[in-house]
Design a protein around this ligand. Structure first.
Ligand code: PAF
Length: 288
């Protein structure tokens, strides 16, 4: 596996390797890789001839009081994992390579509407930071496709919308969430849970399943099922930010005619904010 630390190293590699019309897949990450990331690489490998990954802990997507400094950084283990997955090139830009004029003056990408709801309402500026980093990384790597996990469902949709609005010539592929044996979605931050919190954490996914079942099997309204879910999370020791049933394609509030739905949630467990979601489909009208 080649490691490129600078944009010029990355470009030199791409010019050489892409000759002959090779298909290139890109997996951007912030490192501290787990099975969810490795699944992205595995899918990328199946879809393309060349796989490029990046590791960059993007300061623009962290709020002032968030865990940028404490975010887990495990470069040696990450390199070994990517090497084992036969990644062709790993791009590890410094802040200077990523934002050469400084992050304060960096041109940013705003995806209005979608970025302001749900997690965006609780983390102002977060999706601007994500969109700005992904836009720059994709422009540098120029992949045919880029892969993102569905665990960050809103992020995936923000990126899809950015790519569509800006006419970026890349296909965005969403990959299913990888879960622990008890249902907890894999996340780089899971290691920070205390043993007690780790035991309670899978309840989040269980509550999402209960929302789906209440709507599909018992014809509950989304609003009613959301309220029950908030109460169930609070009873399990979470401090929920939101539980919300939305349309899959644009995260709009569903009408009775909408069939493809997703329930999304964010909730605090101690000092950790967990997010998760569950897609489901109705056949009949939902009672909204
Ligand atoms: O999901 C992530 O790891 C990050 O948000 C991403 C997409 C690499 C952008 O920094």
């Amino acid at each position: 596996m080649i490691i490129a630390k600078t944009v010029s190293e990355l470009r030199a590699y791409l010019v050489q390797r892409r000759a002959g019309g090779k298909h290139l897949a890109f997996v951007p990450t912030m490192g501290n890789l787990h099975a969810g990331h490795l699944k992205l690489i595995e899918v990328a490998r199946k879809l393309a001839d060349i796989v490029v990954a990046s590791i960059y802990v993007n300061p623009l997507q962290f709020g002032a009081n968030e865990d940028f400094d404490a975010y887990p950084r495990t470069p040696v283990d990450d390199c070994a994992a990517l090497e084992a997955q036969r990644v062709d090139l790993l791009f590890t830009p410094s802040d200077r390579e990523m934002y050469p004029r400084g992050r304060e003056t960096q041109t940013t990408v705003e995806v209005p509407g979608l970025s302001e709801m749900l997690c965006g309402a609780f983390r102002p500026g977060h999706f601007r930071g994500v969109a700005t980093a992904v836009n720059r990384l994709v422009n540098l790597v120029q992949p045919d496709l880029a892969l993102f996990g569905k665990k960050d469902y809103q992020q995936l949709l923000v990126i899809r919308l950015m790519v569509s609005d800006l006419g970026m010539p890349v296909e965005i592929v969403g990959v299913e969430t990888v879960r622990e044996h008890d249902g907890l979605a894999m996340s780089s931050r899971n290691n920070y849970l205390s043993p007690q919190e780790r035991q309670a954490a899978p309840r989040l996914y269980a509550v999402l399943g209960a929302v789906r079942d209440r709507i599909l099997k018992e014809r509950a309204s989304p609003a009613g099922a959301e309220q029950e879910a908030l109460a169930a999370l609070a009873a399990a020791g979470f401090r929920p930010d939101y539980v919300s049933v939305r349309r899959q394609d644009d995260l709009g509030v569903p009408t009775p005619e909408d069939k493809k739905l997703v329930v999304l949630a964010a909730a605090w467990l101690g000092r950790m904010r967990l997010i998760d979601n569950l897609e489901f489909e109705t056949t009949g009208k939902i009672p909204v």
